[in-house]
Design a protein around this ligand. Structure first.
Ligand SMILES: [Zn+2]
Length: 294
């Protein structure tokens, strides 16, 4: 039976169906009738979900390009500076990144702060890269299976993770119990109330069922955090032209154009300023919410 992951309502409207580009299966994305939260329904079983992450899944296959890597590193370091400020010079900080991928963010965080960092990731290839390239302590595990001690983590990082979670309540319960009192949760997730979602609608790149199971807005993410008695520290919007570039790529049938519509210096030069403008109106493609456990 349908059960909204945010408000628990049992009533919904079907928004549309979308075919998964890898499995070619079709999934319904529905709106909760009571709170408007969007989610995949019905969902595949939790144990089946892993089959929908093929090795060619984009986040695991980051192509190397010097300029883009450089820009990315600059942006990561800028973000880390802001995170560091949240702890006001405190030295012994215990950090957990859930779904840390190849460990790039965690590596820079460790290098720039000296904090104790641990990563969890279920893709073994990504874990190998994190260990070999970055020398990080990364475990092949989900949060629920990780047995991390209660109230032992000062900072939990979820970068593009919450939208993938099957059992949102179970996940949040575990997450909250690992956080210390006053601990910080740092989250990034696609913004369903963004200009790019309005423009591309069903073709919006972040509509990616069944990998993306939940589609948050600022409001729904804050509603969820309120249920866990979190104080909202900061709500921000990140500049990320990915949704624009890949949504257009998925929509066009022109093969030449398809090849051009990739993350490259030209597309970044075109779409980053557009995204920067949408950010001013709080409607960029990514929301960032920082909260503190009371
Ligand atoms: Zn709801």
């Amino acid at each position: 039976m349908f059960n909204c992951k945010i408000c628990g309502s049992d009533r919904y409207d079907v928004k549309f169906s979308k075919v998964d580009k890898y499995s070619k299966e079709s999934f319904d994305i529905v709106n909760c009738y009571a709170c408007g939260f969007s989610l995949v329904y019905p969902e595949p079983l939790n144990q089946e979900l892993i089959n929908y992450y093929p090795s060619e899944y984009t986040p695991y296959n980051i192509k190397k390009n010097n300029i883009i890597s450089w820009i990315k590193t600059v942006l990561i370091k800028r973000e880390i500076k802001k995170i560091k400020k949240l702890f006001g010079g405190k030295k012994q900080i215990s950090v957990l990144e859930v779904g840390c991928g190849n460990g790039e963010f965690l590596y820079h965080l460790k290098e720039n702060t000296g904090w104790n960092v641990l990563g969890l990731e279920f893709n073994e290839n990504a874990v190998n890269v994190a260990r070999k390239n970055f020398g990080l302590d990364v475990r092949v595990s989900t949060l629920e299976e990780s047995n991390i001690s209660k109230e032992s983590v000062d900072l939990v990082i979820l970068r593009h993770v919450i939208e993938h979670i099957h059992d949102l309540k179970g996940f949040m319960d575990t997450l909250n119990s690992t956080l210390t009192k006053g601990g910080i949760l740092y989250q990034l997730t696609p913004n369903q109330k963004s200009l790019d979602e309005k423009l591309f609608q069903k073709n919006w790149y972040s509509y990616d069922p069944p990998r993306h199971l939940s589609y948050f807005t600022e409001k729904s993410l804050i509603d969820l955090l309120n249920q866990y008695n979190h104080e909202i520290v900061d709500v921000g919007h990140s500049i990320d032209p990915t949704n624009w570039i890949y949504s257009l790529r998925d929509m066009t049938t022109n093969q030449k154009l398809k090849r051009l519509l990739n993350i490259n210096p030209i597309t970044l030069l075109i779409f980053t300023p557009i995204n920067a403008v949408t950010r001013l109106f709080k409607s960029s493609g990514i929301i960032k919410v920082i909260s503190r456990k009371r």
